[in-house]
Design a protein around this ligand. Structure first.
Ligand SMILES: *Cc1c(COP(=O)(O)O)cnc(C)c1O
Ligand SMILES: [Zn+2]
Length: 388
């Protein structure tokens, strides 16, 4: 509702609302959805939220889709914010929280992006969907495409965890396995999409996935009673969630819900695929492709992110940073988090705790800080990684 136009994140070119877009046609960078926030704030009030649905669609006014009947929802979002008291006590951080995204449909927060992307695809009359995926995005896309009745074509690396492949197939998608990485899958979709009539739902290459992911920022604010946390650790692949939450903070400020204060944002990556960490450490504005990318945290196996320049800007503006952890560290910490909190994390989620320990050692965080770790998915989808 209340979308006014789309705007390029790099060159600022404006685009008319309610048309099918991928990237900016003048500079090739991602497009962001802009709203009439004054209008949205007339009905979307803190008070009104007390009576809204228990899904991310509770923030209806600041989400795209004109006609409600086009919304494709499986109950995504509005996930628990857990006060991780036992885990926090182990590292003497009494204000440690975990935003647990594992209860989402298809077991990861990718459902958030797909509910908005597929709803918009339905509204705009898209007839075939294609996606390159490192794992969870394919499952979520297959689920929402099935619920929308739109055929789905999924391209994933041959060594993607079996759970991801089987899930897509059982949700009715046509799965193609590629010898290579997600970037190779993306190239294959790019090469064939025109002839096949596919709409490409790659992250940040269409404008609406980020709109679903940004609701994590709205939820954090609402669950913390409109005071944002001090520190956020986010396991970063394409960076949609990081960019989305930052956008949500700005929108909430424009609606008068929060002040100018922002959390320090930290990007957590795998040592075997850390393009953002490398770029941050070197002071670069963009993150070149990371060679020979490898990690069992498939959501982090993104060697080149199209939203790199936006992420790096957010990390620096917020006074945050970027940290890499090894697969061994995240696998070991899955059990630490699991045994303390009763939560079987995805390795991407456990990686945030590994990174937090490094930040503690470097005195980057202190006991007064309210800290949020994102557990972005369920460990059940990564059994191969845990049976080594
Ligand atoms: C995709 C994914 C990520 C990375 O998310 P981005 O918003 O693309 O950076 C992290 N964890 C899991 C489990 C994922 O599936
Ligand atoms: Zn542009």
């Amino acid at each position: 509702m209340h979308v006014t136009h789309l705007e390029c994140a790099k060159c600022g070119t404006n685009y008319e609302a309610n048309k099918i877009y991928n990237l900016c046609t003048s500079c090739g960078k991602p497009l962001l959805v802009r709203y009439d926030l004054a209008k949205a704030a007339e009905t979307l009030t803190k008070e009104s939220l007390k009576h809204r649905v228990s899904s991310l669609w509770r923030y209806r006014e600041v989400l795209p889709v004109v006609h409600d009947e086009n919304i494709v929802s499986l109950g995504e979002g509005w996930t628990p914010l857990l006060h991780a008291k036992r885990l926090g006590a182990q590292v003497e951080l009494p204000h440690l929280f975990i935003k647990d995204e594992s209860p989402n449909p298809t077991g990861s927060f990718k459902a958030r992006g797909q509910t908005t992307a597929i709803s918009m695809a339905k509204e705009l009359g898209v007839t075939k969907l294609a996606i390159p995926t490192a794992g969870n995005a394919g499952g979520a896309m297959s689920a929402y495409a099935a619920a929308a009745g739109i055929p789905a074509f999924v391209f994933m690396p041959r060594d993607t965890p079996a759970a991801n492949r089987i899930e897509c197939q059982q949700l009715g998608a046509e799965v193609t396995l590629i010898d290579g990485l997600i970037t190779d899958c993306g190239a294959e979709v790019g090469k064939r999409k025109e002839a096949e009539g596919w709409f490409d739902v790659s992250t940040l290459k269409e404008p609406y996935r980020i709109e679903g992911k940004k609701t994590m920022g709205y939820e954090l604010a609402e669950q913390f009673n409109w005071a944002l946390p001090d520190v956020i650790l986010y396991p970063t692949g394409g960076g949609t969630g990081l960019v989305g939450m930052w956008k949500a903070f700005d929108e909430m400020e424009a609606m008068g819900w929060i002040g100018h204060q922002r959390p320090r944002m930290f990007s957590v990556q795998a040592a075997g695929c850390a393009p953002i960490v490398r770029a941050f450490d070197n002071g670069w504005d963009e993150a070149p492709e990371f060679e020979n990318a490898h990690t069992s945290a498939s959501g982090l196996r993104v060697p080149k992110a199209i939203g790199d320049f936006i992420m790096l800007d957010i990390l620096r503006t917020s006074g945050g940073g970027a940290i890499s952890v090894t697969d061994e560290e995240m696998i070991a910490d899955t059990k630490v988090v699991g045994a303390a909190e009763g939560l079987f994390c995805a390795p991407e989620g456990a990686a945030c705790f590994s990174a937090l320990k490094k930040m503690l050692a470097a005195s980057t965080v202190s006991a007064q800080d309210r800290i949020v770790l994102f557990n972005t998915g369920t460990g059940v989808k990564y059994l191969e990684a845990y049976s080594l």
